[in-house]
Design a protein around this ligand. Structure first.
Ligand SMILES: Cc1cc2nc3c(=O)[nH]c(=O)nc-3n(C[C@H](O)[C@H](O)[C@H](O)COP(=O)(O)O)c2cc1C
Length: 172
């Protein structure tokens, strides 16, 4: 059984990484699925909440992909990738793209984007990117993409992630 996070705690370099994860989990995020085609043209992708805008001119964004992810080498090599921003109805897709041995693309409606990488149907937003740079960041690759096309549906609500759990927006 995993223990609940303590009400307050302190992490110091070299101490328990669980506490660091709990501290990082205080930063509420949306949820994305990052996709590309591998060298044989097969779709690959994973759930990622490390998505950040970087620059408007030129239009750049980044996502961090752990080096051990099965799609890491394809994402690092790909000429293009897509960041699919998920809405509340896509929580099953988020779980599927974060779980090993799932038929991720078989069970998720998708189609090739204008620039090739898979676009998940009914996403809240989609950023199709050309690979701009890959930086090394410890046990993650930092993928920087130049946005070639962005689309969104402002009628949908975002899927959120906070303190290790999926959340929804609620306005009082
Ligand atoms: C909400 C959420 C956010 C995640 N964010 C990231 C992330 O930003 N980068 C990353 O490498 N893995 C992230 N993961 C973990 C990967 O989705 C997960 O390890 C996935 O199984 C890796 O792909 P693989 O099974 O093909 O190796 C996240 C998982 C969840 C549930």
């Amino acid at each position: 059984m995993t223990e609940a996070a303590p009400i307050s705690a302190e992490y110091r370099a070299g101490s328990d990484p669980r506490t660091l994860r709990d501290a990082l989990g205080c930063f509420a995020t949306g949820v994305t699925v990052v996709t590309c085609l591998d060298r044989s043209g097969q779709p690959v992708g994973l759930t990622a909440n490390s998505f950040t805008s970087v620059s408007l001119d030129p239009p750049l964004l980044l996502v961090c992909v752990k080096r051990s992810a099965s799609s890491a080498s394809a994402l690092v090599r790909a000429s293009h990738f897509a960041v699919n921003v998920l809405q509340t109805g896509q929580q099953p897709a988020s779980i599927r793209f974060a779980t090993k041995d799932q038929d991720r693309f078989g069970a998720t409606p998708w189609s090739p984007g204008e620039y090739g990488p898979p676009v998940l149907r009914d996403s809240l937003g989609v950023f199709e990117c050309a690979a701009h740079a890959v930086h090394e960041g410890g046990d993650h690759h930092i993928l920087v993409g130049e946005v070639l096309r962005a689309s969104f549906d402002s009628t949908l609500d975002p899927l959120l992630y906070f303190r290790g759990r999926y959340r929804r927006l609620h306005f009082d």
